[in-house]
Ligand binder design. Sequence first.
Ligand SMILES: NC(=O)c1ccc[n+]([C@@H]2O[C@H](COP(=O)([O-])OP(=O)(O)OC[C@H]3O[C@@H](n4cnc5c(N)ncnc54)[C@H](OP(=O)(O)O)[C@@H]3O)[C@@H](O)[C@H]2O)c1
Length: 281
Amino acid sequence: MTIAITGATGALGSLVVGALLTKGVPASQIVAVARSGDRAKTLTDQGVDVRIAAYGDVPALTAALAGVDRLLLISGPESSERVNLHHSVITAAQQANVGFIAYTSAPHADDTVLLVAPDHAATEKLIQSSGLAHTILRNNWYHENYRPHLASARATGKLLTSAGSGQVASAARADYAEAAAVVLTSGDHDGRTYELTGDTAWTFADLATAMSDVLGRPVELVRLDTAAHTAALTAAGLDPRLAQFVTALESTIATGALADATSDLSTLIGRPTTPLVEGLR
Ligand SMILES: NC(=O)c1ccc[n+]([C@@H]2O[C@H](COP(=O)([O-])OP(=O)(O)OC[C@H]3O[C@@H](n4cnc5c(N)ncnc54)[C@H](OP(=O)(O)O)[C@@H]3O)[C@@H](O)[C@H]2O)c1
């Protein structure tokens, strides 16, 4: 059985390749679809079959997926073209007669106020109407998203938030990668949509406590409204548009959009998910 991963040079993709190798999938049966050979050097060194194709290039993607049985489409970065780029991978999978596709989506993608969700919901619909066997992996946040906050708390002793008492059911990237490897190596999950989360959701007060543990010093939680938080991030040097994106996300966290913790992830990987404090470490 040949398994392909798009976005294989990224943080999640390279962990999925590692998880497949750990599960005993031979490197020769893993296809890493990358848009740059240079970025894929580590994968080549692991003996993985690296094939070059960018999202959007259907002929190159179709050639890259030749002989592939099961495919993981890792969502691309935010852009106005994102759904079209994902569509190109789905079309190529159909043309290459790939038997199965898994897709990394967002929490409750079809019923949420999350800003990033519409592209994921649209991609899910494309997959559902493609006729391909599929599994939807709705990944909650990565613990690792909060490493920049940790770096900032190391420097200032403070964690700023405008998320109120909103909770985040994040998990480590490696946990999501392991779950993807499980789904890719067995047909038992075809047709399923999983809400993948950490076992417990945390508040920003919990995050400040976890950061104190990691840093070995107190971290003060500073609660701000959205406008004051945006201004503080901008004053600290963050690009104003990124600052707005961060605080808009925290507004949606305040509504509970990332709070729903399920057991889907720990069930798939057969162990508890990685605690927040370990993910930050
Ligand atoms: N759940 C969360 O908390 C969370 C957070 C951030 C992002 N995400 C989503 O999850 C995805 C994977 O996360 P990650 O941490 O692995 O992101 P990442 O490290 O940025 O990896 C993204 C991957 O997509 C590839 N890529 C981007 N544009 C492409 C294109 N036009 N054609 C082909 N490949 C392209 C990149 O290739 P290069 O290596 O050549 O750049 C890279 O391999 C992200 O892309 C995003 O959609 C989720």
